[in-house]
Design a binder for this molecule. Structure first.
Ligand SMILES: [Fe+2]
Length: 240
């Protein structure tokens, strides 16, 4: 199983605070059946600034710790990049880490309030460069959960969208649960990921979510989501 969105680096965002917590979270991923995980610390989300050099340094530390305990989890470094006015300048200077090695996919988070005017031109610019923006968890963001046509437009432009597993299986998050279902039913979701931060507070929930997708939408949808996660990791084309 491939996971394209997770927070596993130590002490640089709201992911694990200690290496012990990071190793527990990695082990939890393996127990869920995850073999390959893309590590996506926050960049520019208002609280957390993690530039490429910082991410790569902390990634090497985690990689070494995983090797020391013979973890079966394969990881690669990336970022969850919140779109800000300076996004395009930083992008064009090569300051961001893609999800895949070949630079075809970038994980883009929208701000938690509002919907900036520059969002669509910036994403169109990426698409024109042959890049597929992956919109992080639109079901959790009011800009999209209360305005599905807005997400539809981004998908028509050539973006794809990532649903967070917990949104589909956690009844406490009723708004996200309802939005998840509507978005999947309208084919606005292309991949599921854990966005895991902590083994108890924000666990992977991938097995539960995939079971729910199988139950509600059938094996073809399940296959599409699972295959797309692998395709993104490997830089291959996703199934729309
Ligand atoms: Fe995240």
């Amino acid at each position: 199983m491939y996971d394209i969105h997770s927070h596993l680096l130590v002490g640089i965002d709201d992911g694990p605070a200690t290496i012990e917590d990071a190793l527990l979270l990695a082990e939890a991923a393996v127990l869920e059946g995850v073999t390959h995980s893309i590590i996506t610390p926050h960049q520019h989300n208002g609280m957390w600034q993690n530039d490429k050099a910082t991410v790569l340094k902390k990634f090497d530390e985690l990689q070494k710790a995983l090797q020391d305990v013979n973890s079966l989890l394969k990881i690669r470094p990336s970022q969850e990049i919140q779109i800000q006015s300076y996004f395009m300048d930083e992008f064009n200077r090569g300051e961001y880490l893609s999800l895949d090695e070949s630079g075809k996919y970038y994980l883009i988070e929208f701000p938690w309030h509002g919907y900036p005017d520059y969002s669509e031109p910036y994403l169109q610019n990426l698409i024109d460069q042959g890049i597929t923006p992956v919109i992080a968890h639109p079901e959790r963001q009011r800009a999209f959960s209360e305005n599905l046509p807005r997400l539809e437009k981004l998908i028509e432009m050539g973006c794809i969208a990532q649903l967070t597993a917990t949104s589909l299986v956690e009844p406490r998050h009723q708004r996200a649960l309802e939005a998840s279902r509507k978005m999947i039913e309208r084919d606005l979701i292309h991949v599921v990921a854990s966005d895991a931060h902590h083994i108890i507070e924000r666990p992977h929930n991938l097995v539960k979510a995939y079971d729910e997708i199988d139950r509600l939408y059938g094996v073809d949808k399940l296959d599409q989501f699972r295959t797309n996660a692998q395709a993104i990791y490997q830089g291959n084309k996703v199934k729309i």
